[in-house]
Design a protein around this ligand. Structure first.
Ligand code: NAD
Length: 323
């Protein structure tokens, strides 16, 4: 069976993809330094606890495991932190990805799926935003993703790699069997913070900005269920292995919810009220991000199965109270 190497497979999204790969019978190898991931999240495969900056060690894993394809999730992910500490982001997301790409070249592995982000678009002019929109990130995190996309484009042009950059919008929810879920040490995502407030672990939930040019003044985001996103990775992988062309694809449902709408839904699903405080805008937040998902549906024949905010919140809540 096909061998797949997953970097960041002990993290939130990577571990859900590993679970799906394992269930479908793929042979899975994982590289993770456990800086934000955890062992408990790894349900399948062989794990090498390694940092991507250790190129020689990564290279020996690649030579030993011999994967046909590599899925690259490892990275630093907090937008606000990237504004305060850009070098950390350029080092981990750009520098260490280059280390990985060099090791892949030496090990002659040339199929690559990259975890990109809607943050590459910055403040898009067209909503829903198509892949053809100009990349104008407004924070260092988004810059790091756009830089790697550019590097991949150049490598593909030179015939050195086949890649798909999956531009995730806001990923949410937990595995429906409750075995794994969001496991962040630093909780910054809206739904997770709202659940912590519902649970009483946060004294209140702060809304970052209520004066955006949107219907209720709060930011609007496109939330995608983590297992639908996992499915997109498997399709992207198979597409590349069938000789598909390298490209970037949006991963979202093509509709958005405002911060206030999400908070109301969290209160409804959890049946708990909590205090909400209206705060100031955070640096680096675009007002509206919604995916045009026409291309991923056409190219990969990807179909959203769990397009329900209620379902995403429900699975994340069940995970939250269990843990
Ligand atoms: N969560 C989202 O909504 C979202 C949206 C867009 C893009 N993404 C991207 O998806 C990917 C996965 O995000 P996540 O939410 O699962 O984050 P996460 O922090 O849960 O997972 C990242 C994993 O990578 C590992 N890691 C980090 N740096 C490493 C290094 N140098 N060497 C080895 N392992 C390392 C961490 O230990 C962790 O297990 C990231 O690249 C992120 O930028 C996430």
């Amino acid at each position: 069976m096909l061998k797949v190497l997953v970097t960041g497979g002990a993290g939130y999204i990577g571990s859900h993809v590993v679970k799906l790969l394992g269930e479908r019978g793929y042979q899975v190898g994982i590289i993770d330094n456990l800086s934000s991931g955890s062992l408990k999240q790894v349900l399948y495969g062989k794990l090498w606890v390694l940092d991507l900056k250790e190129r020689e060690k990564v290279l020996s894993v690649l030579k030993e495991f011999k994967p046909e394809v590599l899925l690259h999730f490892a990275g630093s992910i907090v937008v606000e932190e990237s504004v305060k500490d850009p070098l950390k982001y350029y080092e981990n997301n750009v520098g260490n990805t280059i280390e990985l790409l060099c090791a892949m070249k030496e090990a002659k592995i040339n199929n690559f799926i990259f975890s990109s982000s809607a943050a590459v678009y910055g403040i898009p002019e067209i909503i829903p935003v198509p892949e053809t929109a100009e990349l104008r990130p407004i924070n260092p995190y988004g810059q790091t993703k756009a830089m790697i996309e550019k590097i991949l484009e150049d490598l593909a042009q030179a015939g050195e790699i086949n890649y798909i950059s999956l531009r995730y919008f806001n990923v949410a929810g937990a595995d429906r069997e409750g075995k794994i879920g969001p496991n962040y040490r630093q909780v910054t995502h809206l739904i997770l913070r709202a659940l912590k407030a519902a649970k009483g672990e946060l004294p209140f939930l702060e809304i970052y900005g209520t004066d955006y040019p949107t219907s209720d003044g709060t930011c609007i985001r496109d939330y995608i269920y983590v297992m639908d996103l996992a499915e997109a990775h498997l399709l992207a992988m198979e597409y590349l292995l069938d000789g598909g062309k390298s490209m970037a694809l949006n991963c979202g449902y093509g509709r958005g919810f405002s911060v206030r709408e999400v908070i109301e839904e969290v209160k409804r699903v959890t049946k708990r009220d909590f205090k909400v405080v209206e705060g100031r805008r955070r640096p680096g937040d675009p007002p509206i991000l919604i995916a045009d998902n026409t291309k991923i549906k056409e190219i990969l024949n990807w179909r959203p199965t769990y397009d329900s905010l209620e379902y995403m919140i429900k699975t994340a809540w069940e995970w939250e109270i269990k843990n």
